[in-house]
Design a protein around this ligand. Structure first.
Ligand SMILES: C[S@@+](CC[C@H](N)C(=O)[O-])C[C@H]1O[C@@H](n2cnc3c(N)ncnc32)[C@H](O)[C@@H]1O
Length: 406
C-alpha cells in the first residue's frame, strides 16, 4: 500500500499483517516497512529508518486508527521489555493470526498450500511460564529490553508462574544486599511450583555453591540438583541443563496431540529431551527407541524410563548419526528438533528410511517449512495443529503429522 500521506520524514501507512518475529508489515512506495506493537488493519504514523539489511523500520509507531482487536496490555513493562510482542492484541486474535502466519510461512518457504483446518490448542495465556532467565545489573533485576541487550528492570512478570514471581520479588531485594555475588549476571529459574531450580553457567564455581545455599534461606523450595515434574501422567526428572517444555498448562495437551491414538510395535523418538514423549509412548508401543544428544537430558531419560526397561531403549547420539545407521524403518518416527529444525542431513535420512508415519514438532515455522518442502516429496501432511505454548509472544509450536504416500 502506498503512503497515504508523507510529511517531513513521517509517513502514514496502513498495516497489512503480522510477520513471524513479532513485527507488523506495511509498505511505503512498495518498500517493506516493519513496525512493532501495532495490529493488522491499523493506520499508523511512522518515522521510517533504513536498517543495514535495507529494510525500513519504525521504532515507535503512533496509532491513528486502532484495530477493534486492540486491548490494553496487562503488563506495565510491555513494549519496553523484550519478552512479549502481542499483549496489545486480544488472545483469540493472537492465535488466529498465528495460524495465518503458519499458513503463509508454509506457502512462502515450503511451497505448501495447506487448505485444511489447523486446530489451535491453547490454555491460560497468563502465568504459564515455568522457566525464565533473569539478568542482574547494578542492583537491578530484569529481562532484556526490546531489541537491546540492556536491562529492563522488573519486579514481576504476568506470563510467569506464581512461584517464579515470588522468586523475582525476593531476588529484587537480594540483589541489593552486600552478600550478593557480583559475578552473577544471569540466572535461569525453573519450577514445578513447589521446587525451584536455579541455574548459573558457573555452577561448579565455589561462589555459586555458596550463592545457592544463601538463596535457599531466602526462597523456599530451592533444590540442589534435579527437579521432579509431573506431566502427561508421569513424573520426569529434569536436571540442570536438560530441556523441558516451558508452558506448564499445555504439557499434557502437547503430548496428547503428538501421540494421537496411535499404538504399535516400534517407534523412534528423536530429540527426546528427558523423555516427555518416550515415556507415554512406552504404554502404547512394544519398542521405543529414544534418541538424545545432550548428556544431562540423556541421563534423565535413563532415569525416567528405568521402569520401562525392555520397552524403552535410550540411545545417546545425534539424530543424524542415529538415522544414518538405521536400516529397518520403525512404524512411526517423532522428531522434535530445536529451532534450527531437522536440516538437510536428517531430512535426507528420513526420506531414505521412509517410516509410514512421521510426526514433526516444531518451534519455528520457517525451518519447518524448509524441512516439509523436502519431506513432502514422499509424505503427505495428514494434520497440522498449532499448540500455543507461548501466549503474548510471537512464538508458537506446530505439530505436523505426515503419512507416507503410496
Ligand atoms: C526442542 S527439545 C525437545 C525435547 C522433548 N521432545 C520434549 O518435548 O521435552 C530438543 C532436544 O533435542 C536435543 N538435540 C538437539 N540437537 C540434537 C541432535 N542433533 N541430535 C539429537 N538430539 C539433539 C536437545 O538436547 C534437546 O533435548
Amino acid at each position: 500500500m502506498k503512503p497515504l500521506e508523507t510529511k517531513n520524514r513521517k509517513a502514514t501507512v496502513d498495516v497489512e499483517k503480522w510477520v513471524y518475529g513479532g513485527d507488523a508489515l506495511a509498505r511505503i512506495d512498495g518498500q517493506v516497512l516493519l513496525a512493532p506493537f501495532v495490529l493488522p488493519g491499523e493506520r499508523i504514523e511512522v518515522e521510517p529508518k533504513r536498517t543495514k539489511g535495507n529494510l525500513l523500520r519504525a521504532r515507535s509507531p503512533q496509532v491513528i486508527e486502532p484495530s477493534p482487536h486492540r486491548v490494553e496490555p496487562q503488563c506495565e513493562y510491555f513494549a519496553r521489555c523484550g519478552g512479549c510482542q502481542y499483549q496489545h492484541a486480544g488472545y483469540a486474535y493472537q492465535t488466529e493470526q498465528k495460524v495465518e502466519i503458519l499458513r503463509e510461512t508454509l506457502r512462502r518457504l515450503g511451497a505448501i498450500d495447506f487448505d485444511d483446518e489447523i486446530p489451535t490448542i491453547a490454555g491460560d495465556p497468563w502465568r504459564y511460564r515455568n522457566r525464565i532467565q533473569l539478568h542482574f545489573d547494578r542492583g537491578r533485576v530484569g529481562f532484556r529490553r526490546h531489541n537491546s541487550h540492556d536491562l529492563c528492570p522488573i519486579t514481576h512478570c504476568p506470563i510467569s508462574s506464581p512461584k517464579l514471581n515470588e522468586a523475582i520479588a525476593v531476588l529484587n531485594d537480594a540483589v541489593k544486599r552486600p552478600e550478593w555475588p557480583r559475578f552473577l549476571r544471569t540466572l535461569e529459574l525453573f519450577t514445578n511450583e513447589t521446587d525451584l531450580q536455579l541455574n548459573v553457567v558457573e555452577t561448579d564455581h565455589p561462589i555459586a555453591a555458596r550463592f545457592f545455599a544463601w538463596c535457599s534461606g531466602l526462597i523456599p523450595g530451592i533444590v540442589p540438583g534435579s527437579l521432579q515434574y509431573q506431566g502427561a501422567g508421569h513424573t520426569f526428572r529434569i536436571s540442570r541443563g536438560s530441556f523441558f517444555q516451558v508452558n506448564r498448562f499445555l504439557i499434557d495437551a502437547l503430548v496428547a496431540e503428538v501421540l494421537g491414538d496411535r499404538e504399535g510395535r516400534s517407534v523412534v523418538d528423536l530429540y527426546a529431551g528427558v523423555g516427555l514423549f518416550s515415556l507415554p509412548l512406552a504404554a502404547r508401543f512394544t519398542r521405543v527407541e529414544t534418541i538424545e544428544r545432550g548428556l544431562s537430558a540423556y541421563r534423565d531419560i535413563e532415569a525416567n524410563t528405568a521402569a520401562a526397561v525392555g520397552r524403552v531403549f535410550p540411545v545417546r547420539a545425534s539424530t543424524e548419526d542415529y538415522l544414518r545407521q538405521l536400516t529397518t524403518p520403525p512404524e512411526a518416527i517423532i522428531a522434535d528438533p530445536p529451532r534450527a529444525g531437522l536440516g538437510a542431513e536428517a531430512t535426507g535420512e528420513l526420506l531414505r528410511i521412509s517410516a509410514p508415519q512421521l510426526t514433526i514438532v516444531s518451534c519455528d515455522p520457517a525451518t519447518l517449512a524448509r524441512d516439509l518442502k523436502v519431506l513432502t516429496s514422499v509424505y503427505r501432511i495428514e494434520r497440522l495443529a498449532l499448540v500455543d505454548l507461548f501466549p503474548q509472544t510471537f512464538h508458537f509450536e506446530t505439530v505436523a503429522h505426515l503419512a507416507l504416500n503410496h
